[in-house]
Write a protein that binds this ligand. Structure first.
Ligand code: NDP
Length: 434
């Protein structure tokens, strides 16, 4: 705390991991002796830079860019770029820290990193987005590379932004390499990458539900967010026979008691393309309720997928969900549930999965994109989807292995933390004090 006084989310993420790792290292003293946890909590490198650009009025704008290279013990740094007004060092350090464990859980060779800028793409023209991305990459290019650090998308960084970033990297370096993932399918992208996080979180939830003889069929589902992760979670839930009744954005949530079907989902995807529309327009179009400034957790449902942003589901929300009979919460976003909310879920012994386990599908398919780029070959949709399902099953079984309590309750948080830690820690031990 003394070292990172203005970094509450980073401290929250580290505390949450430390709470399960410290007891584990007590019975495995080699990790303690070589201060593995302390080293994992310190980024290998933090890069911070000025991003100047000209807006459509010809005025100079200045943003702050970042790349956190957190840990490279098991592979090149890997993690998304976030463009959002709330981005700062604290937020990106928390995300980079989480990424180390998540990437380890996938079983692929990827270290952890995260980056972005305090730039808000909402309301910006295509031209402004392109100029910003080009300026951002004009600095970032020195620090990344296919075998060094491979960024991807996150909040505010989708296919369009990855395209502009890739174009500028290629122009400066004069080489076509897999320096970014989430690329377009005609120029090195992987099939299923756009869907991967949303599909993955549903595959993970299905594995969790199966431990209790349940499925998604006929279940009522709450989803927050309406971006990339939320949209594909809805799609997979629909195909698994669930009824999704909410989606949200930073202005509020919509409640559609009839359920969001495939046709309505296509409307949302078109609405949200390029950050143009607001979710309240859905309520107007389909004549359902819109709750301004609220989050969807007060609606009665069986399952919740918090898929928007950090700390969007607090203790009170958790209690409301439990009182309404919720049996499963799987995080599509990173750290959307507060520590008090997580405590309420585990005390009630419902199924709860932390994002580092349940949302790992996105980075897993990014890892598969890197493999395809190295081979200069593309796998089919079916091949990638099958590999994604396998990876989510693997993560689930690691959580079961390390997280099953004496009474049989699966503590997915504990399982994900220990399972993610062991691989990175052993690599760090093998590589010496570096
Ligand atoms: P998008 O930018 O596509 O969508 C983000 C959604 O969350 C939007 O609906 C946005 O609303 C909402 N949102 C963002 N910030 C806030 C806020 N402060 N309060 C309320 N709502 C907010 O991002 P993604 O779908 O890619 O990411 C969503 C979450 O999933 C993030 O936590 C991200 O880190 C995580 N994640 C993403 C992965 C990926 O592959 N994309 C992989 C793993 C995790 P609005 O438009 O109004 O801002």
């Amino acid at each position: 705390k003394a070292r990172n006084p203005h970094e509450p989310e980073f401290l929250q993420a580290v505390q949450e991991v430390a709470d399960t790792i410290i007891p584990f290292t007590e019975v495995h003293p080699k990790y303690r002796k070589f201060k593995i946890l302390e080293r994992i909590a310190e980024p290998e490198r933090v890069i911070m830079f000025r991003v100047p650009w000209l807006n459509d009025q010809g005025e100079v704008e200045i943003n702050r860019g970042f790349r956190i290279q957190m840990n490279s013990a098991i592979g090149p740094y890997k993690g998304g770029l976030r463009f959002h007004s709330s981005v700062n060092l604290n937020i990106l350090k928390f995300l980079a820290f989480e990424q180390v464990f998540k990437n380890s859980l996938t079983g692929l060779s990827m270290g952890g990193g995260k980056g972005g800028a305090d730039f808000d793409p909402k309301g910006k023209s295509d031209n402004e987005i392109m100029k910003f991305c080009q300026s951002f990459m004009t600095e970032l290019y020195r620090h990344v590379g296919a075998d060094i650090d491979v960024p991807a998308g996150d909040i505010g960084v989708g296919a369009r932004e990855v395209g502009y970033l890739f174009g500028q990297y290629k122009r400066i370096r004069g080489e076509f390499t897999g320096v970014l993932t989430g690329k377009g399918q005609d120029w090195g992208g992987s099939l299923i990458r756009p869907e991967a996080t949303g599909y993955g979180v549903v595959y993970f939830a299905l594995d969790m539900l199966a431990t209790r003889g349940e499925s998604l069929k006929g279940k009522t589902v709450l989803i927050s967010g309406s971006g990339n992760v939320a949209q594909y979670t809805v799609e997979k839930c629909i195909s698994e026979g669930a009824k999704v009744v909410t989606m949200s954005d930073s202005e509020g949530f919509i409640y559609d008691p009839n359920g969001i079907d495939q046709e309505k989902l296509i409307y949302i995807q078109e609405l949200k393309e390029g950050n143009r529309g607001r979710i309240k327009e859905y309520a107007q179009k389909y004549g359902c309720a819109f709750y301004p400034g609220e989050r969807p957790w007060k609606i009665k449902a069986d399952i919740a997928f918090p898929n928007a942003t950090q700390n969007e589901l607090d203790e009170q929300d958790a209690k409301t969900l439990l009182a309404n009979g919720c049996i499963c919460v799987a995080e599509g976003a990173n750290m959307p549930c507060t520590p008090q909310a997580i405590l309420a879920f585990s005390q009630a012994k419902i199924l709860y999965a932390p994002g580092k386990a349940s949302n790992a599908g996105g980075v897993a398919v990014s890892g598969l994109e890197m493999s395809q780029n190295s081979q200069r070959y593309s796998w089919s949709r079916e091949e990638v989807d099958a590999k994604l399902q396998q990876i989510m099953k693997r993560i689930h079984s690691i959580c079961v292995k390390y997280g099953t309590e004496k009474d049989g309750y699966i503590n997915y948080e504990k399982g994900a933390n220990i399972g993610g830690f062991v691989k990175v820690a052993d690599a760090m031990l093998a590589q010496g004090i570096v």
